[in-house]
Design a protein around this ligand. Structure first.
Ligand code: PLP
Length: 391
């Protein structure tokens, strides 16, 4: 690799901790160690910092701080939304759950788990561009539906879903709406009231905060059974002494994300378009997966004909370029992407696609190096197979 910098293009999997976030966290790993539930000085100092972080996270979502519950991340937030609402509404007879087919496993597998325990479930198909039609969601909901879950933007292809339209449909049948905004917090302006949802999940490590901490926004008045029982933390929504240092990091990351959102989005969209145009121009048999817009600014998912995605990922890694085959959870398993499959792509295309996700450290030079390296890497891999290039 010589002196070349390793290029990280997997920001949708996780982001590096911002230096300012890290600095803000350090006192909470040493001198500020109190339990926020303690009445004395040490506890109250931690509590004040926790409240400040809650305010910052609420501001990122244009929400009320009292409606923010801190969790261990996006997965727990989604579990809390789905299991919590399903459990609370079961006695009312609402035992039906709806989700799109392109949800993250945190949502899909939770819905499926409840399906095995007696809830009826509808997994709604998306179109070829990776977007769910509100009419398809309207056809799925009934007056028995407890919760509809639609992600704000997809982690593999970046397409933004019509969440507000779907929330209005859900409301029409008396159902609640959850949105997994893990891939949009810090990337798109979010206003919970405009979205019209009842619950919204986010995760700090996707916007330059620490791993293992997230939040769920729960609209005031929503009935939800806690999935963790114990003390009365987080207004009795989530028991357990708070992850103070992580939450402080999340709060600072939220403030920084809100401050830089507009400029970062414009910069990343330019770089992403440069990458996409360059790859399509320099490598034959390439095609972008998913609707080009509306899409989060940092994500591009590209199919490489006659190439096996895992092989390309490894070949690029050897060149010092880190990308992903889509969902980090399924990488390493050689499983075809459930998102691309749900879009109706051919079996080959579900296994020849690479996700490039850009972020704070990505430069135009990085993008140009990727464009420069790809043609020969792809050609080499194609030399190992005899199928002619299709596109
Ligand atoms: N939802 C989406 C869309 C994601 O991309 C991820 C992470 O990859 C998650 C949920 C899970 O978040 P966490 O890693 O904080 O559990």
């Amino acid at each position: 690799m010589g002196s070349l910098r390793t290029i990280y293009l997997d920001y949708n999997a996780t982001t590096p901790l911002d230096a300012g976030v890290r600095d803000a966290m350090i006192p909470f790993l040493s001198s500020v160690f109190g339990n926020p539930s303690s009445v004395h000085y040490f506890g109250q100092r931690a509590k004040a910092a926790l409240d400040e972080a809650r305010g910052a996270v609420a501001a990122l979502l244009d929400a009320d701080p009292s409606e923010i519950v801190f969790t261990s991340g996006g997965t727990e937030s989604a579990n809390m939304a789905i299991r919590g609402v399903a459990d609370a509404l079961a006695p009312t007879g609402r035992r039906h759950l709806v989700a799109t087919a392109i949800e993250h496993e945190a949502v899909l597998n939770t819905v499926k788990a409840l399906g095995k325990r007696g809830w009826s479930t509808s997994i709604v198909a998306v179109d070829q561009t990776g977007v769910v039609a509100p009419s398809a969601m309207a056809a799925a909901v009934t007056d028995q539906t407890a919760l509809v879950s639609t992600m704000h933007a997809n982690n593999e292809i970046g397409t933004i879903q019509p969440v507000a339209a779907i929330a209005a449909i859900a409301k029409g049948v008396g159902a609640l709406t959850h949105t997994d905004a893990v891939q949009t917090a810090g990337k798109l302006p979010i206003a919970v009231k405009t979205l019209g949802v009842d619950l919204l999940s986010i995760s700090a490590h996707k916007f330059y905060g620490p791993k293992g901490v997230g939040a769920i926004w729960i609209r005031r008045g929503v009935r939800l059974t806690p999935i963790l029982t114990g003390g009365k933390h987080e207004r009795s929504r989530r028991a357990g002494t708070e992850n103070v240092v992580g939450i402080i990091g999340m709060g600072v990351a939220a403030t920084l994300a809100a401050r830089h959102l507009e400029a970062a989005t414009a910069r990343l969209a330019t770089l992403r378009d440069r990458l996409e145009e360059g790859v399509l121009r320099s490598v034959t048999g390439t095609i972008v997966n998913g609707a080009p817009s509306p899409r989060v600014a940092n994500t591009s998912n590209i199919s490489f004909d006659r190439v096996e995605a895992e092989s390309l990922l490894i070949a690029l890694d050897l060149q010092g370029i880190a990308v992903s085959t889509g969902s980090a959870c399924s990488s390493g398993t050689l499983e075809p992407s459930h998102v691309l499959r749900a879009m109706g792509l051919s079996a080959h295309r579900t296994q020849n696609s690479i996700r490039f996700s850009l972020g704070s450290a990505t430069t135009a030079e990085d993008v140009d190096r990727v464009i420069g390296v790809l043609p020969s890497v792809v050609e080499k891999l194609r030399g190992l197979t005899r199928v002619p290039v299709r596109a």
